[in-house]
Design a protein. Structure first.
Length: 179
């Protein structure tokens, strides 16, 4: 009989973690915890989610954290914003499989993690679109992963009008996002 700690946690282990007010994610079987986001972070999340919900086709569904995105049994994340184009991915547990788009609003405690380990894992697991919104620089960066690594396809500053090449008709000014 094997004893000891598991080296790689899975979805069942994730579900057994007691809530403590911190956001918990599972990346390749390792638990990652972050403190609750700031009010400014949450403002940007809600404003951006509202803009997307109002302007995307009704065939897309927009979710805000906390919602589990179960990419594999060993990868369960709670991105700030998730956009799903396949309704079959939405289950009683959360979003099953890679969604069309994941958006993270950067915080001082998550910037490096969101730009490196998390981005690499999302790309490797088939999330095609990954956007990073940075309240400190007021820049929205849009990445695409054609081959398991993200490439920057567009970046928009505070005075720009957002218009992504892969989301026809999705346009909005960015200034209200940051105020």
């Amino acid at each position: 009989m094997a004893t000891g700690l598991k080296a790689r946690l899975d979805y069942n282990d994730y579900c057994a973690i007691p809530p403590d007010g911190k956001r918990c994610e599972l990346i390749d079987g390792e638990v990652r915890m972050t403190p609750a986001p700031s009010p400014q972070h949450q403002r940007v999340v809600l404003r951006l989610a509202r803009l997307l919900s109002e302007r995307l086709s009704p065939s897309f569904e927009v979710f805000v954290s906390p919602i589990d995105v179960i990419l594999t049994p060993n990868d369960v994340v709670q991105p700030d914003i998730v956009v799903v184009s396949n309704p079959a991915q939405v289950s009683s547990r959360g979003i099953e499989g890679p969604p069309l788009l994941v958006i993270e609003v950067l915080s001082p405690t998550t910037t490096v993690y969101d730009r490196t380990a998390k981005a690499q894992r999302f790309a490797a697991l088939g999330v095609p679109h990954y956007w990073l919104a940075d309240p400190s620089t007021r820049i929205l960066e849009c990445f695409l992963s054609p081959k398991a690594a993200y490439q920057l396809v567009a970046a928009f500053g505070p005075g720009d009008v957002f218009a992504h090449p892969d989301f026809a008709g999705l346009q909005f000014p960015l200034a209200p996002l940051w105020t």
